[in-house]
Design a protein around this ligand. Structure first.
Ligand code: PLP
Length: 394
């Protein structure tokens, strides 16, 4: 009889969003007249930018004509998009070859697929609280996982240490769920640590465009030495509203080499074997994000979400509740008041003021006692949720 991948039996049931859905469903069944204020969603609510829509239409139109039609796309990405992304980095002072940029169908796909590049005996460091996919993707492969807890004492931005040693180091900045962002000197320590130990950093920059403080790094490649130890995984999902359209990109520098093997070459081989490229139409739409008009438009949407963040932060400041994130990220991570547990606070907000957030415990054990608000909802709902929070917790 065939043996399935037995590591799947080691996966913990992912009850976080299931539990939230069950609790809100039960509440609405008992209180059908109530409206919920959803501050937990990780999906965007604003439509795609106008220039993206125009480019998508153009892409569709191209497919209608023999001389403009595109069949299979290059596996590593359309040259026009790879160039646009490399130029985007160049505009921020980072020199990359077009062939160091790979187009993907999104960061989730890539975070899973990229693990093909590492031996199964390699270990993975996950700084917690963390985006749950990091742990699960490695459990599926049977890798040893090193959990590094973070907390208020280090602003949820821990430094490397002896007990943080692993082959693959996940760093997410701005972080989901905490919204915390590493400073350059903090990232430098991780880069030096990775180079010294021969590790590889998987830098998740899905929220880079939310950073507004100029001195904060938006890419690991702003740090000297990163090209010999890091892979950067990016997404247009939250930055440009592509959650349902699907597009991302990954940077693998040619200088990233271990055991004489170049990860960039390996990824070319992987992509040419395992994909037939991302749809021409979607890549055409994605390229519009990197034009000056596209950048202006996506930042208008980001500003809208940031205003939601400001309203929630103002309420928390007034209430004297500790939080991080919000300013350079679409997430606000707060300490549950009066020593409440994450789920206890969830139940209180749901029952008393119909506000739905995400219990921190779902992102790792050290998230217990914390709570995440996302700011991707509507302005009206955010205004009302902030008022309700103030009324309840004043
Ligand atoms: N990485 C982080 C930290 C995320 O929060 C998310 C989505 O919420 C992703 C990656 C996945 O993004 P994508 O929609 O590109 O798959």
């Amino acid at each position: 009889m065939i043996t399935p991948n037995l590591h799947y039996a080691d996966l913990k049931s992912s009850y976080l969003f299931y539990n939230i859905a069950q609790k809100t469903k039960a509440y609405l069944a008992e209180n059908p007249d109530k409206k919920l204020y959803r501050m937990g969603i990780g999906d965007v609510s604003l439509p795609l930018a106008k220039s993206v829509i125009a480019a998508l239409h153009e892409g569709v139109e191209d497919q209608a004509f023999k001389d403009r039609f595109h069949g299979y796309m290059p596996e590593c990405g359309a040259p026009f998009l790879r160039t646009a992304i490399a130029d985007y980095y160049r505009s921020r002072g980072i020199e990359l070859g077009d062939d160091e940029v790979f187009v993907s169908s999104g960061a989730s796909d890539e975070l899973g697929d990229i693990l093909d590049l590492f031996d199964r005996s390699s270990s993975a460091l996950v700084i917690e609280p963390a985006y749950p996919a990091y742990v699960d993707a490695n459990v599926m492969a049977g890798r040893k996982i090193v959990h590094l807890a973070s907390g208020i004492d280090n602003g949820f931005l821990p430094e490397p240490s002896e007990n943080a040693k692993a082959d693959i180091l996940y760093i997410c900045s701005p972080n989901n769920p905490t919204g915390a962002v590493f400073k350059k000197e903090q990232l430098r320590k991780w880069v030096d640590f990775a180079n010294e130990n021969g590790s590889v950093i998987l830098f998740d920059a899905a929220y880079e465009a939310f950073i507004e403080d100029e001195e904060l790094p938006r890419s690991i490649f702003e740090i000297e030495g990163a090209k010999t130890c890091a892979i950067e995984i990016c997404s247009l999902s939250k930055t440009a509203g592509f959650t349902g359209t699907r597009l991302g990109y990954t940077v693998i520098p040619k200088a990233l080499v271990r055991h004489g093997m170049c990860f960039n070459d390996m990824w070319v081989r992987n992509r040419t074997t395992k994909t037939n490229g991302v749809s021409y139409i979607i890549q055409k739409g994605g390229a519009a994000v990197f034009t000056s008009e596209g950048q202006k438009e996506i930042h208008e949407n980001i500003s809208y979400y940031k205003e939601n963040a400001r309203l929630l932060m103002e309420a928390l400041d007034e209430l004297g509740i500790w939080y991080c994130g919000g300013k350079n990220s679409p997430y606000i991570w707060l300490k549950c008041p009066n020593g409440m547990g994450s789920w206890e606070f969830f139940d209180l907000l749901l029952k008393e003021i119909q506000v739905v957030g995400t219990p921190g415990e779902g992102f790792g054990a050290c998230g217990e006692g914390y709570f995440r608000f996302s700011v991707f909802g509507s302005r009206e709902d955010t205004v009302e949720a902030a008022e309700r929070l103030k009324r309840l917790l004043r």
